[in-house]
Structures are given as C-alpha cells and as structure tokens.
Design a protein. Sequence first.
Length: 80
Amino acid sequence: MSAIINQDVSIGANLKKLRRSNGLSQEEVAARLQVMGFSISREIISQMERGRHHIKVSILLAMKEIYHASFDDFFQDLKL
C-alpha cells in the first residue's frame, strides 16, 4: 500500500530558520533578491515564511545561494 503524501507542504519554517541562522532580516533578504533581479518585498518574504505564498523555483535557487544552504536544508524535517 502506498503512503499518502500531503500536496501542499510548507517549507516556511525552514526558510525562517535559514534566514535567522545567517543573521539576516526579511528586509535584507528582499534587498539581496532585488539586486539579483527579482521583484520581491519584505512582505512576500514574510508570507513565504508563514506558508501563505508559493515560492518560485528561481527564488528558491537564489535563496539557496543567499543562505549558503543545500536543498536538504529547505526540506528538512517536513511531515509528508
């Protein structure tokens, strides 16, 4: 029998943890993403961390660079 997988798993808590472990504010992350060419605000970062805004793969890749993180860091301890 196959396991049931939740379709909308949020990585928001991990985003917040990674941001804080890098000593960055939401405003600083938004500013760094803007320098990389993304049109994003602090409010969008906040919504991502609360699981209320879908994250584009391109932004996830940029955050991976900003946070010096691996993909495993983003998906750590998720309940599927």
